[in-house]
Design a protein around this ligand. Structure first.
Ligand SMILES: Nc1ncnc2c1ncn2[C@@H]1O[C@H](COP(=O)(O)OP(=O)(O)OP(=O)(O)O)[C@@H](O)[C@H]1O
Length: 831
C-alpha cells in the first residue's frame, strides 16, 4: 500500500524489498480478515475487542488507548457494521458510540484497501458541531495512528477554503460539519465522492432534523447510492422518512436501551427544583458557592445569557474559575475553553447547547440547567455530559413553576428518572442588589443584560411546545430586575411567515435570527444562508433588527461625537461620522466598539471646509498635500497619521517614478525615445538600420559579458571555497546547521518530488497520516513518510544527501539555496 502522496519516490533497494514484503503481508492479512468477517456471526456474544476480526493496526490502536472490553453498543454494532450492514444505533450518552463507528470505518476501509490518493474519499463522518467533529477526529487519529496509512482530515470551516480544498482532495476519511462539506461538494474542483463507501452521521437525529435538512439532503444527492450508512445517537429515532432520505438498505436497528428502565445512565442522579424565573440567578450563584470544589457545566438557552452571566459572575468573584462557551466564539477560543475545562479539576463552564451533544469531558460532577431545554431529548443530551462510561454524576434543572408539569410529563415519557429537591433557604444568597449596582455603574454590563433578557424571552416565544413554555405567565418585569436592569426592555415579536419559520425550526439552529447563535455548525448553516440570499452586510443586519428601540439610548450614546458636543447636527462631517459609527457597531464581536470612522466621501468637502488650514482648531482632521501624490492625504484616523512616519507607506501614495537615462551632457531621456518618423527614414533603409542596430548591440553585449563572467567566476570560486571549508568543518565534527530538509528523513527525493512533497506538507494543516511517531529526546521527530526502515541517524542522512548532491551537481537535485547559488548555476548552465 502506498501512502496518499508519494514521498517514497526513490526508495533504496532494501527499502523497496521491505515495502514489497509488507504489501504481501498486508494482502495475506486482508484476505484472512475478509474470510473471518464473512464467517462472523453478528449475534454471538462478544465481550472483548480481541474477539473481533480486526486488523493488527486497529488492535494496536485499541491497545495504546487501553480499550479492551466492549461496551454494549460496541458489541452489538461493530460486528454488523464489519459485515457491511447499514445501522441505526441508539445507546445512552457516554456509552462508547464513537468507537462503535470509528472501528468499522477503519476496518472496512482497510479490507477494501482504500488507502492513498488514488483511492479518493472513502468515508465521511458528519457531526452537527465543530467541537464534536474535532473530538471524533481525535478518536479516529488515536485509534488509527498505530499502523493505518489512511489520510484523514477535518473539514469544519474556520480555515481558508483553499487550504481545506488542497487537503480534501487527498483525504480517505473526512470528519466534517454539514454546511462546510456541502460548500466543498459544490465548489471544490477535483473533490470526487464517487468512491465513497461509508457515510456516518453522529448525533444523527440532530443532523436529520429541520435545522440541517436542506444541507443533508443536498449532501446525500452528491453521494453514491451504493454505500454503507451508519447512524448513531443517544436519542435515535426510526423515522421512516429519514431512512428513505438516506436510502438505507434493510438497516439493523440496534438499541441497547430499548428495553432498559431508563434512557439515561444508571450512575446519573437527576433532580429538579422549582425556582421562579426571577430567582434563578440567585440560586445559581448560591449553588456555585456551595460547590466550589466541583466541576460544573451550566446550560443556558442563548449565548447572550451565557455572556451576561459569565461577565456578571466574574465581577462578583465567585472563588471558582469561570469559563464560557457559545456558538459565537471563534473556533480556536472554543477549543481552548473545552480543553481548559477538560483539564480542570474544579471549574464552572457556562454554555449553550453547543456543548450539549457528544462532548466527552472527563469528570464533570454537575450538570445544571438554568433554562429549560427545548425538549426531553435535549435534556438527555445535556445531562449526558456527566456520568459518562461508568462514572457517576449529578444533574439539576431549575424549572419555573409553569414549566413543571409539562416538562416532567415529557421526561417521564422518555424514561428519565428525576426527583424533586428543594433549595435550602438558609443557604440561598441574593445577588440582585449587586447586579443592579453593577449594571448601574457599567453600561456595557447593562447592555449585555438587556440583550440576555431579550434573547431569553425570544427563546421562549419561539418554542413550539406551549404546554411547557408559557410566555404570558412569566414574571418578565421581575426577571429583568433580577438581571440588574432598571426595567424590562420592550420587545416586538415577529409576526407572519418569519415567526412561523422560527417556530418550525429547532431553537439552537435558529437562534441566530438576531440573536446570533447559529450555535451548531455555524460555519455552514449561517454562512451559507447569507450566501444563498445574497450578501448581507452589517447595514442590512442593523436595519433588519427588530428590537432596536429597546437599546436606542446606547446607539445614541455611541454615535455622539464626544470631541465636539456643542456642534450642531447640521455639521456634514458629524452626520457622516455618525452614520459610519452607527454602522460600525458590531452587534456581538467587539461589544459596542466603533470599529472605523470614515466620513462618507460626498460629505468630505463640507466636512473639511478649512481642512487645509492647520490653524483651524475646531477640526481635528487634516488634509495634507503630498508632493507627487495623486490625491491629498486625509488624516482622519490614527492609522493614517502613522502613515506619515513611514516613508515606505507614503511612497505607495506617490506617483511611481520613471526610469530615465542621461546623455553625456547630463540631459535626462526616456529609456526608449521615439524618433520622428521622417528623421528616421532620412537615415536610410529601415531594414538596414535594424540590422546595424542589432550588430552594434551584439558587440556591446559581448563586451559587457566579459566583465560579467569575471564577476561570476569570482563568486563561484568563493562559493566553492566556502563549501569546502564547511565540509572540512563537518568532518572535523563541528556542528553544521545545514539545509532543514536534509536532516529530516532517510528518503531521497528528486527535485520535483521534493517540491511536490513540500507543497503537500504546507497544504495539509489538518490532514494527518495515521502513523504514530514516537518522540525521541534529542532526535528529530519522524515524518509521516518514514517507516522503521528509514531509521537512520541524522548524520548519516545528511552525509547521504550531501553525496547525492555532489553527485548530481548542476542538476535539479542540487537545488540552489541562495541567490549566489542561482547565479552560479546560471553561469554553469550558460558556460
Ligand atoms: N470499550 C471501552 N472501554 C473503555 N472506555 C471506553 C470504551 N468505549 C468508549 N469508552 C470511553 O467512554 C467515553 C464515552 O464514549 P463516547 O464519547 O464514544 O460516548 P457516546 O456514546 O458517543 O456519548 P454521547 O452520546 O454523549 O455522544 C469516552 O471517554 C471513551 O473513551
Amino acid at each position: 500500500m502506498a501512502p496518499h502522496v508519494s514521498g517514497r519516490t526513490r526508495p533504496t533497494k532494501p527499502k523497496k524489498l521491505a515495502g514489497v514484503q509488507k504489501r504481501k503481508r498486508d494482502d495475506v492479512d486482508v484476505e484472512k480478515l475478509e474470510q473471518a468477517v464473512t464467517n462472523l456471526d453478528p449475534k454471538a456474544d462478544f465481550k472483548n475487542f480481541a474477539d473481533l476480526p480486526l486488523s493488527d493496526a486497529t488492535k494496536a490502536g485499541l491497545k495504546a488507548c487501553h480499550f479492551a472490553v466492549l461496551t454494549d453498543i460496541q458489541a452489538k454494532a461493530i460486528p454488523r457494521a464489519l459485515k457491511g450492514e447499514d445501522i441505526l444505533g441508539a445507546a445512552k450518552t457516554g456509552s462508547g458510540k464513537t468507537l462503535a463507528f470509528i472501528i468499522p470505518v477503519l476496518e472496512n476501509l482497510y479490507r477494501a484497501q482504500c488507502v492513498g490518493a488514488d483511492a479518493g474519499l472513502s468515508a465521511m463522518v458528519i457531526s452537527p458541531t465543530r467541537d464534536l467533529a474535532v473530538q471524533i477526529f481525535e478518536v479516529l487519529y488515536k485509534l488509527g495512528r498505530k499502523g493505518h496509512l489512511f489520510s484523514a482530515g477535518l473539514i469544519i470551516g474556520g480555515k481558508s477554503l483553499m487550504e481545506e480544498q488542497n487537503a480534501l482532495v487527498r483525504m480517505n476519511i473526512v470528519v466534517c460539519t454539514p454546511g462546510r462539506i456541502l460548500q466543498h461538494l459544490s465548489q471544490t474542483a477535483g473533490f470526487n465522492v464517487d468512491n465513497l463507501k461509508m457515510l456516518v452521521l453522529d448525533e444523527a437525529d440532530r443532523i436529520l432534523d429541520m435545522g440541517f435538512q436542506k444541507d443533508v439532503d443536498a449532501i446525500i444527492d452528491y453521494l453514491p447510492k451504493e454505500r454503507q450508512t451508519l447512524l448513531f445517537s443517544a436519542t435515535q429515532s426510526k423515522k421512516l422518512s429519514d431512512l428513505a432520505r438516506l436510502s438505507l438498505q434493510a438497516p439493523a436497528y440496534i438499541s441497547v436501551h430499548e428495553g432498559a428502565e431508563t434512557a439515561t445512565p444508571k450512575s446519573l442522579q437527576q433532580n429538579y427544583c422549582i425556582i421562579p424565573l426571577q430567582d434563578k440567578l440567585d440560586t445559581l450563584w448560591s449553588f456555585i458557592q456551595a460547590s466550589k470544589k466541583s466541576k460544573i457545566l451550566v446550560f443556558f438557552s442563548s449565548g447572550k445569557q451565557v455572556r451576561f452571566v459569565y461577565e456578571a459572575f466574574r465581577h462578583l468573584q465567585p472563588g471558582i474559575s469561570l469559563l464560557h462557551l457559545h456558538g459565537r466564539q471563534k473556533q480556536t477560543a472554543r477549543l481552548d475553553v473545552i480543553s481548559r475545562f477538560s483539564a480542570a479539576k474544579t471549574a464552572c463552564l457556562f454554555a449553550t447547547d453547543v456543548a450539549a451533544r457528544g462532548l466527552d469531558i472527563p469528570s464533570v460532577d454537575w450538570v445544571v440547567q438554568v433554562d429549560c431545554p427545548d425538549n426531553a431529548d435535549e435534556y438527555i443530551h445535556r445531562v449526558g455530559r456527566t456520568a459518562r462510561y461508568n462514572a457517576t454524576g449529578r444533574s439539576i434543572i431549575f424549572l419555573h413553576p409553569t414549566e413543571e408539569d409539562g416538562m416532567l410529563q415529557r421526561l417521564l415519557t422518555k424514561k428519565v428518572p428525576i426527583e424533586r429537591i428543594n433549595v435550602r433557604q438558609k443557604k440561598q444568597q441574593s445577588i440582585k442588589n449587586q447586579l443592579q449596582n453593577m449594571c448601574f455603574k457599567d453600561p456595557q454590563l447593562k447592555y449585555l443584560g438587556q440583550k440576555a433578557f431579550i434573547s431569553y424571552v425570544r427563546s421562549i416565544h419561539i418554542q413550539r411546545d406551549k404546554e411547557v413554555f408559557k410566555l404570558n405567565e412569566l414574571p418578565l418585569e421581575e426577571y429583568a430586575a433580577s438581571l440588574g436592569l432598571p426595567g424590562a426592555p420592550r420587545i416586538k415579536f415577529m409576526k407572519g411567515n418569519s415567526a412561523k419559520e422560527l417556530k418550525n425550526a429547532p431553537r439552537h439552529g435558529l437562534s441566530g435570527s438576531e440573536d446570533d447563535e447559529s450555535e451548531e455548525d455555524n460555519d455552514g448553516a449561517g454562512k451559507k444562508k447569507s450566501k444563498k440570499d445574497g450578501v448581507r452586510t452589517k447595514y442590512d443586519r442593523m436595519f433588519e433588527r427588530t428590537n432596536q428601540d429597546v437599546l436606542s439610548k446606547h446607539y445614541t450614546d455611541l454615535v455622539q461625537d464626544d470631541s465636539d458636543p456643542a456642534s450642531g447636527s447640521d455639521n456634514a462631517y458629524e452626520k457622516a461620522e455618525k452614520a459610519a459609527a452607527a454602522a460600525a457597531i458590531d452587534d456581538d464581536d467587539d461589544f459596542l466598539s466603533v470599529k472605523r470612522r470614515i466620513p462618507a466621501s460626498e460629505d468630505l468637502a463640507t466636512a473639511f471646509p478649512t481642512a487645509a488650514d492647520p490653524s483651524s482648531a475646531a477640526v481635528t482632521h487634516r488634509v495634507i498635500d503630498l508632493p507627487g501624490a495623486a490625491e491629498p492625504l486625509i488624516l482622519d484616523s490614527k492609522r493614517r497619521e502613522k502613515m506619515l512616519k513611514s516613508k515606505k507607506k507614503l511612497l505607495k501614495l506617490m506617483n511611481k517614478g520613471q526610469r530615465l537615462v542621461f546623455d553625456d551632457e547630463g540631459n535626462p531621456h526616456q529609456m526608449y525615445e521615439f524618433e520622428d518618423e521622417e528623421a528616421f527614414r532620412k537615415n536610410g533603409d529601415p531594414e538596414e538600420q535594424r540590422k546595424q542596430w542589432l550588430v552594434a548591440e551584439r558587440e556591446r553585449v559581448a563586451r559587457e559579458d566579459v566583465g560579467d563572467k569575471e564577476v561570476q567566476k569570482a563568486r563561484k570560486r568563493e562559493k566553492r571555497e566556502k563549501r569546502k571549508e564547511r565540509e572540512k568543518r563537518e568532518k572535523a565534527g563541528v556542528d553544521y546547521n545545514g539545509d532543514e530538509s536534509e536532516g529530516e528523513g532517510g528518503v531521497e527525493l528528486d527535485g520535483d518530488s521534493r517540491k511536490a512533497f513540500q507543497d503537500f506538507l504546507a497544504d495539509t494543516a489538518d490532514l494527518v497520516d495515521m502513523r504514530d511517531e514516537e518522540v525521541q529526546p534529542n532526535k528529530r521527530q519522524k515524518k509521516w513518510f518514514q517507516d522503521d526502515s528509514d531509521d537512520e541517524g541524522e548524520e548519516g542522512t545528511k552525509e547521504k544527501k550531501r553525496k547525492g548532491k555532489s553527485k548530481n551537481k548542476g542538476t535539479a537535485a542540487a537545488e540552489p539555496e541562495t541567490l549566489e547559488d542561482l547565479e552560479a548555476l546560471a553561469v554553469e548552465l550558460l558556460g
